[in-house]
Design a protein around this ligand. Structure first.
Ligand SMILES: [Zn+2]
Length: 132
């Protein structure tokens, strides 16, 4: 199975090979590229050694193509990108902007699938409007 990832704004491809490539800015205003693993729940991150951030630091993510902010409207700690699965279905993927926090949430219609040990921190923001 090969999942693609796209910018929610310009719909450009964010996945190149086995990396999701995002532009990022740390708390100190330094900018760099961050490569995320395309498998949800895998928190391997690749950056240039000169682009540093501390655990707990808030990272801002941007599309590397159109430079639009990937901030989500769900929660200030979450960024959003679009995933296209091998059947062509698209899903909203939310992930934590806090360095070291392992939270990824995948919206499937009204349902939420969670990945990472800290994801339940945000579950309330996704289930408030649900009646079951
Ligand atoms: Zn874009």
């Amino acid at each position: 199975m090969y999942d693609d990832y796209r910018c929610p704004k310009c719909y450009s491809h964010l996945r190149v090979g086995d990396n999701i490539i995002l532009s990022a800015k740390n708390d100190k205003g330094q900018r760099g590229l961050i490569l995320l693993h395309p498998e949800l729940g895998n928190y391997e991150v690749i950056t240039h050694p000169e682009f540093k951030y501390e655990k707990g630091e808030m990272i801002s993510f941007y599309c590397p193509v159109c430079h639009h902010s990937l901030d989500s409207s769900k929660h200030k700690n979450l960024a959003k990108i679009v995933m296209i699965d091998s059947e062509g279905k698209d899903f909203d993927i939310y992930f934590s902007k806090v360095a070291g926090e392992q939270s990824t949430l995948k919206m499937i219609g009204e349902h939420v699938e969670i990945f990472g040990k800290h994801s339940e921190n945000y579950l309330d923001f996704f289930t408030l409007s649900q009646n079951y």
